[in-house]
Design a protein around this ligand. Structure first.
Ligand SMILES: Cc1cc2nc3c(=O)[nH]c(=O)nc-3n(C[C@H](O)[C@H](O)[C@H](O)COP(=O)(O)O)c2cc1C
Length: 383
């Protein structure tokens, strides 16, 4: 009960982050919050927003306002997508379902990760019609193709191929914390967990989360490695632009590349028949030293020139950040950590609260920039 009272008072995504930090053992919080190397790209993702200023507008009729939009031919209640994240069951029991249900209630898409902790059929029961799937290209093409056939048969219409993980970034916090799959206990971790009794009790009741979708497809995972190592063993490090033809032929729905950061990538993606890109650096979890996505967006939107959908993620924490991305040419923003902080703070209620905060902030930012709808926000930014 106390937690829900606190949740109601959480005014920002940063407040949800604080609640998440209070509830999770350190190794789990650090898995969400941490990034690669010295985390300079994660910091840059935030500071990059300072380069752009929304342009205030005054004395105009704003009495009919709407956040509704459409992306990849699908109508969305607002320009937000809950992006793919792995290990969601470690933050709250059945975390994938909490995220999917909150997305359904908000009428926005939920992207199921290859590293989901529920089975495909279970997710489909909980999710709304706007369900997208994220693929880590598996080393075994036959397994990848079988997975895609099941995903398509289950009614997923959009596929996001993550392209910035050919090798996995070194996430120092996970190495230091020894965050492994399945959880391996040491005296330090036990003490840390004992200080987080509500999380510990929930996990005892629900059981340690496992990569259920992965296990369904590739069989039992080898225990005892960091989570990124587990996933890495199965992901192809040899999939190239030329191989995209194969994927395009396998996947009849919309195909999106997640992890694009250069205008040249857009030209190659267009030539390969791709329908959209997510401008992303994986929230700074991959190439430490890379630039911020918001600073890369103008060049990418220019290269796309309305010929493909442009989504973006990495570092979005406020409605004003989202407004800036839309003003600079993005069609929608994907959320990674913001909805995970909500999930870790209070399950589905926390995810709904995160979406509520961002929608409310975005609506204010849009209106005070003189936009009654998402389209009117275009260009309303200075740099
Ligand atoms: C805990 C965690 C797990 C993630 N797992 C995946 C994943 O399974 N697949 C994927 O494509 N991206 C994954 N990502 C990256 C997100 O989809 C997204 O690109 C990133 O979190 C965006 O940055 P933000 O967290 O600052 O919003 C993960 C991110 C986090 C924080």
């Amino acid at each position: 009960m106390a937690m829900y009272r606190t949740l109601a008072r959480a005014a920002s995504i940063d407040d949800l982050r604080t609640l998440a930090q209070r509830r999770l053992p350190r190794m789990v919080f650090d898995y969400i919050d941490g990034a690669a190397g010295e985390e300079s790209t994660a910091r840059r993702n935030r500071s990059g927003f300072q380069r752009f200023q929304l342009r205030p507008e005054i004395l105009i009729d704003l009495s009919k306002r709407s956040l509704a939009t459409s992306v990849l031919g699908q109508p969305l209640a607002m320009p937000l997508v809950i992006g793919p994240t792995g290990m969601n069951g470690a933050y709250w029991p059945q975390g994938d379902l909490c995220l999917a249900r909150a997305a359904k209630a908000a009428n926005i898409p939920f992207v199921m990760s290859t590293a989901a902790t529920v089975k495909l059929a279970t997710l489909v029961e909980a999710a709304g019609p706007l369900r997208w799937f994220q693929l880590y290209m598996l080393r075994d093409r036959g397994l990848a193709q079988a997975l895609l056939e099941r995903v398509h048969a289950a009614g997923f219409e959009v596929l996001q191929l993550t392209v910035d993980t050919a090798v996995t970034g070194r996430r120092n916090r996970d190495v230091r914390n020894g965050f492994t799959l399945p959880f391996r206990w040491s005296a330090r971790k036990l003490i840390d967990t004992a200080r987080r009794p509500s999380w510990a009790l929930q996990m005892l009741r629900s059981g340690s989360p496992t990569l259920q979708l992965f296990a369904e497809v590739v069989g039992p995972i080898q225990p005892g490695s960091t989570i990124t190592e587990v996933v890495q063993r199965q992901i192809s490090d040899a999939f190239t632009w030329r191989d995209l033809d194969w994927l395009r032929a396998c996947w009849p729905g919309k195909l999106v590349l997640k992890g694009v950061s250069q205008a040249a990538h857009v030209h190659q993606a267009l030539a390969a028949g791709v329908d959209g890109v997510v401008v992303s650096n994986h929230g700074g979890r991959q190439l430490d030293g890379a630039g911020s996505t918001i600073e890369q967006l103008p060049r990418i939107a220019e290269a796309a020139d309305g010929r493909m959908a442009v989504l973006i993620d990495s570092g979005f924490r406020h409605g004003a950040d989202i407004a800036k991305a839309i003003a600079l040419g993005a069609d929608a923003v994907q959320l990674g950590r913001p909805t995970l902080y909500g999930l870790a703070a209070a399950g589905e209620a926390g995810v709904r609260h995160a979406l509520h905060i961002l929608a409310a902030e975005l609506e204010v930012a849009m209106a005070l920039s003189g936009a009654s709808n998402v389209g009117q926000l275009r260009g309303r930014v200075d740099c």
